[in-house]
Design a protein around this ligand. Sequence first.
Ligand SMILES: Cc1cc2nc3c(=O)[nH]c(=O)nc-3n(C[C@H](O)[C@H](O)[C@H](O)COP(=O)(O)O)c2cc1C
Length: 228
Amino acid sequence: MTTLLRIDASAQQQDRSLTRMLTNLFTTELLQANPDVKVITRDIGQDPVPAIDHRFIHAAFTPPDAREDWMTDRLALSDALIDEVAAADIIVMGAPMYNYGMPAALKGWIDHIARIGRTFSFDLARGDFPIEPILKGKQLVVLSSRGEFGFEPGGPRAHMNALDPAIAACAHYFGVDAANIHTVAIEYQEFKDERHERSVIAAKDATRALARRFGQARGTNDACVPAG
Ligand SMILES: Cc1cc2nc3c(=O)[nH]c(=O)nc-3n(C[C@H](O)[C@H](O)[C@H](O)COP(=O)(O)O)c2cc1C
């Protein structure tokens, strides 16, 4: 059975959010293609996770068998969020661009997912690259929206895109290789012109196509459909 983890990070509610519209479309189409998909939803836009603090870091870097009760309690939400990621074959992430980067809610979620001993190991014997991911084999569908345009590689605002590179840099914590990140982005939202309308249509088409591809796959291994 395929499991989908749906994450929404927009601070806007369903009727005013383009990324929620896309995550909803992806989920609906995926279920249509494969009704057996199990869906886990995590709405960090409406229900943000608290920022990590010195107590969280102290707890996370204390070995499990040496943790005091307060440490276990402090990590409970992080453990639950990681369990959701670990259970997923596909992660669909509604990720609006806020101030050229990711919404604080999404960054807060990633701060809870990146955990030593759970999503990565750290060993200086590995030399200059001591971090090794623990989770593997997942697909990530990033459904974004931007008010401006031209953030793609080679575009006029590519140098201002602090969203897609940041998600890609952290994807190994979710068990996602670079080749398994599939990004669709609506642009021109602030212009509200024909370019925006065309962009919405193209993004919906691309989202449907991705959902159909993943819907035809079955189980963790089959979900690793080659990009293209
Ligand atoms: C707080 C905030 C910051 C934003 N910053 C940017 C930005 O830096 N660049 C950009 O192109 N659009 C920016 N936008 C526009 C959003 O990316 C756009 O409205 C998008 O559709 C938001 O996603 P949503 O519709 O799912 O809420 C910003 C919007 C908000 C609310």
